[in-house]
Write a protein that binds this ligand. Structure first.
Ligand code: 6LW
Length: 528
């Protein structure tokens, strides 16, 4: 019996999909507009996960140009077959090629292949099922001639095992368990006890999210809904429940593995959101783990509890290891640590680790945090609502122009229209100001500004402390830190700002293309 805490992957890690290979587990999650995309985590025990790579890690794989927040790389599925890891995903929006695609790798850490586009079928949430020599692709799409708004249908398409081209017709398997069900989605198909099990979500990815199950004798159907549907939901717990929006599950060890025996117990990974005082936290949808068990034909999620709890005691797993509470980067290494992300591309032309050794240089281009164009940004998932983030940076000043246009600092980002920026900017003589701006639904409010003691080039440490939705922003140039602003970040909650994505926190720089910022360090401490 071991004890673990949910989420097993803290920070924005939605739509988890999991598979086992030997005695190891591999998990992939959605990343939308961020790069590299589709992080691959590995675990030997399901409760401790290590980030080992990304299924999308080269600019040539997919084009995320112009992808707005919550567009981009949606709900992937990971499966292992014949010595190869397979990840299928859908690219949504943007100006590049869109649709479903498949990438493969011998080693889950990479390198991953160029995409094979499977965009002859529409919709989202693709999943792969290998059954002997046959390969099946399923997904969901808006129902053809739907009976109500946002009714979707789970489709299935047989694929050639080598080319993955469609064989025969596309089958419609399922339109949700309940009459009026919105968004039957996130389908995965498994063999269990000689039958086919369809696992799906429905109700939409917010408060009414739920996990549903259906069975069929043939993979192509007809599917009959489990009479106990939905098999798992927190929809009836109310907004003040600590964990809400539970859905989008995948199974491991609970269904027949390739050629293996039927299991009585196993695990489900799924997404859920945590609340702070009845409001969805800034962390977005995170990856949770619950035990599952079979009772005759009933697949029980979290048997005995029927809820996703924050702390779970379960047989078959060890006590979860203590997670590090501090991340510190001095940018001394030749490559970026794996947990860093840029926006919409690798951004290689906008940043450098070598221009000034021991620093991250961000070139202040003409992009802006409120637009979907190129932006010099390097951030990571906000892992907790109780953190201290500090970055030391030095601004380049263009003495040839009366007012230097470079602005650089910290960005706590939910989307183009909803974020908090804490920047330093300076005039041509080097007189610098630290300024805090909150952008809510596209409207900018300046919350505070402080002049910094003269120093050329301007340099300071920006510190953001988050305690729930309350933020404190202070700057330290010489001596003691000076408070620049306090902020209530409740309006940035996905409950109000919408979208599929939680917060990222990191450094950014904007300007006229002539300036830059050198980041000496970034430190994130979790104060839970
Ligand atoms: C995803 C859909 C969903 O494609 O949200 O929770 C969408 N479910 O299945 C984006 O994450």
């Amino acid at each position: 019996m071991g004890r673990y805490r949910n989420p097993v992957l803290p920070g924005c890690h939605p739509d988890p999909s999991v598979c086992s290979v030997g005695d190891e587990y591999f998990l992939v999650t959605s990343t939308f507009e961020y790069f590299p995309g589709l992080p691959i985590h590995r675990s030997s025990n399901l409760v401790d996960w290590e980030l080992i790579g990304h299924a999308v890690h080269r600019d040539e794989q997919v084009d995320l140009s112009g992808v707005p927040a919550s567009g981009g790389l949606f709900a992937p599925t990971i499966r292992y077959h014949n010595g190869l890891f397979h990840v299928v995903c859908t690219l949504v929006h943007g100006t590049g090629r869109q649709g479903h695609f498949l990438v493969t790798a011998r080693d889950a850490a990479g390198p991953w292949s160029q995409p094979l586009w499977l965009d002859d079928v529409g919709g989202i949430d693709p999943s792969l099922t290998f059954d002997g020599d046959r390969v099946w692709l399923c997904g969901t799409r808006l129902a053809v001639e739907g009976e109500w708004a946002e009714q979707t249908e789970v489709w299935l398409s047989e694929r050639d095992p080598v080319s993955f081209q469609a064989i025969g017709q596309t089958h419609v398997l399922w339109r949700g368990a309940l009459a009026g069900a919105r968004w039957a989605e996130g389908p995965h198909l498994f063999r269990h006890d000689g039958r086919w099990l369809l696992l799906a979500a429905e109700g939409g990815t917010e408060r009414d999210h739920a996990v549903t199950v259906a069975f069929a004798d043939e993979i192509t159907g007809p599917y009959t809904g489990d009479p106990g549907n939905p098999r798992l939901t927190h929809r009836d717990l109310g907004a003040r429940a600590p964990i809400i929006n539970v859905g989008h599950a995948d199974l491991v060890d609970a269904v027949d593995s390739a050629g293996g025996a039927a299991a009585d117990t196993g695990w489900a990974t799924l997404l859920a959101t945590h609340t702070v005082d009845g409001v969805a936290s800034l962390l977005g949808r995170q990856t949770h783990l619950v035990p599952v068990g079979w009772e005759s034909e009933r697949l029980l999620f979290a048997p005995g509890v029927a809820r996703v709890l924050q702390s779970i005691d379960a047989p078959g797993v060890p006590d979860q290891a203590q997670r590090p509470t501090r991340f510190l980067d001095h940018f001394d290494a030749p490559t970026l640590e794996l947990g860093w992300n840029t926006l919409r591309s690798s951004g290689a032309e906008r940043m450098s680790l070598t221009a000034r050794p021991g620093h991250l240089r961000l070139l202040a281009g003409t992009g802006s945090a409120t637009e979907t164009g190129p932006l010099a940004f390097l951030g990571r998932r906000l892992p907790s609502m109780h953190v201290t983030v500090a970055t030391r940076l030095e601004l380049s000043v263009n003495t040839a122009t009366p007012a230097s246009r470079t602005q650089a600092g910290l960005l706590l980002r939910l989307s183009e229209s909803d974020h908090l920026s804490f920047v330093m900017h300076a005039d041509a003589t080097g007189h610098a100001t630290a300024e805090v701006r909150l952008v809510v639904a596209g409207t900018v409010s300046t919350l505070g500004a402080v002049s910094l003691p003269h120093r050329f080039p301007p340099a300071a440490e920006l510190v953001l402390t988050l305690d729930g939705f309350g933020a404190e922003l202070s700057v330290r140039a010489d001596g003691e830190p000076v408070l620049v602003a306090t902020a209530d970040l409740t309006p940035l909650s996905p409950d109000f700002a919408g979208g599929f994505v939680g917060a990222w926190i990191g450094m950014f720089a904007v300007g006229d293309g002539t300036g830059h910022v050198d980041v000496d360090s970034f430190e994130l401490s979790v104060n839970d």
